[in-house]
Design a protein around this ligand. Structure first.
Ligand code: NAI
Length: 373
């Protein structure tokens, strides 16, 4: 591999340079939402694996809930290096303001091929991935009563996709941390804590080794925390954090993490409370929002088996309705999913039950029908 070619991706660093001019405040956000005749248009990206099945369930549940949503469906092809489909999807979200997605695979394993999921988050400036991990009383796990909110940096850090071979046999990967993006992430976390009565915000880092990148992450959080004196602020090294999470998860309230630590810890916590089938995630930026299951799995081995747990995607769809201020419809669906898992105990195999995906969806619909009478 010629070193000159490998140095090429460094040009894309200008993407981060432009952050200097961006506002760090979400208050000035000008969020576009496509709405015609009282109905919202939302971009639906079914993605791969079980994504298309899950989207079918979302449409069915929305129909019974009477949610005033029209979907603009955009299909993406994971097997090509032509990114026209991705840019169509991004334009669609820019037009509609809001999207819902399954996991989009990138099946070509070439270093110059970028992850479509990551590229979309970057292009839409979805700088925070937020996941509320709350134990389900009907799901038997090792620990009860976990209630943690994760705020993961979603556009920088270890996911910069800037890798190169500096000399033969020596490869490097850049981890990017910028002050403005870290500041808006921290402000988002503290604002969330303040608005939702949360008591503590913990920043997770590895600044003992990555003294400059994680050092900046740590320093910015400390500075921002001073504007929120009523909220306790502490920090923890990622290694210790993982040990503490499995032994004493109740000490955590709101957590701020870099991109890579965030995806690992998200999977860890979702695993603690029932796995990939329950919890929803939201990718939020100053202008756009895209909703998806929290752990972003593809679930390829479950395709067409009627076994995948649809609750994470249904919860993501309800969060999306909430974001659109359709609180009645959001509550209808959230409550129906919660009742199904925790009261009726209609659970798929991943939660220890024997129900099929369709059994769960039918039960959710029966609650919606009863509540809408
Ligand atoms: P996977 O899709 O193989 O899922 C992991 C496990 O969870 C499997 O046992 C699967 O059967 C189960 N599972 C997933 N969704 C489920 C559902 N709705 N109901 C019940 N069980 C469910 O995940 P893996 O190996 O992590 O990733 C597959 C692809 O997803 C890879 O291409 C990866 O790049 C991509 N991906 C994964 C992320 C992650 O956080 N795990 C994040 C982003 C992308």
């Amino acid at each position: 591999m010629a070193a000159t070619n490998l140095m090429k991706p460094l040009a894309s660093l200008s993407r981060f340079g432009s952050l200097q001019t961006r506002s760090v405040s979400l208050k000035a956000a000008n969020i576009p939402i496509a709405k015609y005749g009282g109905r919202h248009t939302v971009t639906m990206m079914p993605g791969d694996g079980i994504g298309p099945e899950m989207m079918g369930y979302v449409k069915e549940v929305f129909r019974y809930a009477g949610a005033p949503i029209d979907f603009e469906t955009v299909l993406l092809d994971p097997t090509t290096d032509n990114y026209d489909d991705l840019y169509n999807a991004i334009s669609s979200v820019k037009r509609n303001g809001v999207g819902i997605k399954g996991n989009i695979e990138t099946k070509m394993n070439r270093p110059d091929i970028k992850s479509r999921n990551v590229e979309m988050r970057n292009e839409l400036d979805l700088f925070v991935n937020t996941i509320h991990c709350k134990s389900q009383p009907g799901v038997k796990t090792r620990h009860d009563d976990i209630d943690i909110v994760i705020m993961r940096q979603n556009t920088e850090g270890e996911y910069a996709m800037l890798e190169h071979e500096s000399v033969q046999g020596v490869v490097e990967s850049l981890k990017i941390t910028t002050e403005p993006s870290t500041e808006r992430l921290c402000r988002h976390a503290f604002d969330y804590a303040r608005a939702n009565g949360r008591k503590k915000v913990t920043l997770i880092h590895k600044a003992n080794i990555m003294k400059i990148t994680d050092g900046l992450f740590l320093e910015v959080a400390k500075r921002v925390s001073k504007d929120y004196p009523e909220i306790q602020h502490d920090n923890m090294i990622i290694d210790n954090c993982c040990m503490q999470l499995v032994s004493n998860p109740w000490q955590f309230d709101v957590m701020i993490l870099t991109n890579l630590y965030g995806t690992i810890v998200t999977n860890l916590i979702c695993g603690l409370i029932g796995g990939p089938g329950v919890i929803a995630g939201a990718n939020i930026g100053p202008r756009y929002a895209v909703f998806e299951p929290g752990t972003r799995n593809t679930g390829t081995t479950l395709i067409g088996k009627n076994k995948a747990n649809p609750c994470a995607m249904l919860n993501a769809s309800a969060d999306m309705l909430s974001h659109l201020n359709l609180r009645y419809h959001a509550k209808l669906i959230h409550d129906a999913v919660w009742q199904t898992i925790n009261v009726d105990m209609i659970q798929t195999e991943d939660l220890g039950g024997q129900a099929t995906s369709m059994d769960v969806v039918q039960n959710v619909i029966s609650h919606i029908k009863a509540a809408a009478k």
